[in-house]
Ligand binder design. Structure first.
Ligand SMILES: [Zn+2]
Ligand SMILES: [Zn+2]
Length: 142
């Protein structure tokens, strides 16, 4: 994958649009209960980009909560259609987590890790060959 590769995405109604460039720093399948409630599914699929790789237009509202990982997570969602497009965590400053279901083009996506597997629902299947952690994965370099 070339590093200037651009991908676009946005909310359900199209008011919020964003662009990411290059490859994500991290991609994750998160089974935490916050992600289950927020997505209405068994997990959230996210790809983390540096702020410099990301730009967004359109009006969003936000919701902040204390995450299982310990940091404060702020989700940003469209004011009109309520689709959550991104989130940020105080645990990972200068990074933005894009919800990959909001990308326009379906990409060949496989998460690097699966986290909070202890909350995994029995009907939600994993990749057997992707590392899975009961809670948060240890941060790189720690
Ligand atoms: Zn919208
Ligand atoms: Zn989560």
């Amino acid at each position: 994958m070339s590093d200037d590769k651009k991908q676009t995405g946005g909310c359900q109604c199209g008011s919020v649009r964003y662009e990411v460039s290059g490859s994500p720093m991290l991609s994750v399948k998160c089974h935490c209960t916050d992600c289950q409630k927020s997505t209405g599914a068994g997990h959230m699929m996210g790809a983390a980009y540096l702020d410099g790789q990301f730009s967004m237009s359109g009006e969003t509202s936000s919701y902040s909560y204390q995450a299982d990982s310990g940091g404060t997570v702020t989700s940003e969602f469209c004011k009109t259609c309520a689709s959550t497009v991104i989130s940020r965590s105080t645990s990972y400053p200068k990074m933005v987590m894009v919800r990959i279901g909001t990308l326009d083009e379906a990409m060949d996506f496989k998460p690097m890790i699966q986290v909070f597997a202890k909350h995994k629902r029995s009907w939600d299947k994993d990749w057997p060959d992707v590392p899975s952690f009961d809670e948060m994965a240890p941060a790189p370099g720690k």
